[in-house]
Design a protein around this ligand. Structure first.
Ligand code: ZN
Length: 283
């Protein structure tokens, strides 16, 4: 049964027809309220949700949602993982996944404001994988069994901080506060006819900047899970930002960066949208 779990004011909620259900209340304290605890017991949680008839107790207001995975142990991110994006960047497709991290403190909600800390802040819509089981040296053909679900992510990037030094500072340039909005919910893979073929788009100030399909990935989700689990122990709640398709601002002619007051709408077919407004940082 398809499952959609979000984080409302720090409490796990299930998205159902007509609204939301508080997981902790509905399960009599068996799961939640912390969304990280739901992920730690993902299989049991899915069994419970599938066997329970749940009625919405409140309406859904996406403005109330926080990051659907608030405190992951690891946040992996993949660079140059779409063929057309490697092409537009003028770089050869990598032979192995190019991995960096987004430090978890950058995570934000699906409606959070984005702080423009420099005049070269860029957008990167990405499919984000949420790990649902501990995994070490996972084989590709069973890799999706280790995935709790997908959410939408933005790998917001300060290109000044990223490229001012050699070698480039990917992890810092992409980890400023608010630079990792995710959500709106964790959506289980049985929601999709083909979880490896989803449309992915990004609009900035109403203009379609990115429009691709996840089939353009150089390393598909099962390859990424397998590769990363061969190096690092994967834990429930870990995130993988799987790379961005073509159409980022830094390689456009002329270059185009985010401006205060603009809204970024990031959408993945069957998952949902993030709507994030760009603002002057409060500090
Ligand atoms: Zn990225």
């Amino acid at each position: 049964m398809p499952i959609r779990v979000a984080n409302r004011h720090g409490r796990a909620v299930l998205l159902v027809d007509g609204g939301i259900v508080d997981v902790d209340q509905a399960s009599g304290g068996a799961f939640g309220p912390d969304p990280m605890l739901v992920l730690a017991h993902w299989d049991a949680f899915c069994n419970w949700a599938a066997g329970t008839s749940l009625q919405a107790t409140e309406g859904l207001d996406e403005a109330e949602l926080a990051a659907c995975v608030p405190r992951p142990g690891s946040v992996f991110a993949i660079g140059l993982n779409y063929r057309a994006h490697a092409e537009e960047a003028g770089l050869a497709p990598p032979n192995r996944p190019m991995v960096f991290t987004k430090f978890p403190s950058c995570l934000a909600g699906p409606r959070s404001d984005i702080y423009l800390f420099s005049d070269r802040v860029d957008w990167e819509v990405e499919l984000v994988v949420v790990i649902g089981r501990p995994g070490v040296r996972v084989a590709e053909d069973v890799a999706l069994d280790y995935v709790a679900g997908y959410c939408v992510g933005q790998d917001i990037s300060d290109r000044r901080l990223q490229f001012n030094d050699k070698p480039p500072q990917f992890s810092l340039g992409k980890s400023r506060e608010t630079f990792g909005p995710i959500g709106p919910a964790i959506v289980s893979l049985d929601s999709f006819a083909d979880p490896n073929d989803l449309q992915i788009t990004c609009e900035v100030a109403g203009e379609r900047m990115q429009d691709s399909r996840t089939t353009d990935m150089i390393f598909a989700v099962p390859e990424l899970v397998s590769y990363l689990s061969g190096v690092c122990q994967l834990q429930p709640g870990d995130l993988i930002f799987t790379g961005t398709p073509r159409g980022v601002g830094a390689v456009r002619e002329p270059r185009r960066y985010l401006q205060v007051g603009e809204t970024i709408v990031s959408t993945i077919e069957g998952v949902g949208s993030l709507v994030n407004r760009c603002v002057i940082p409060p500090y």
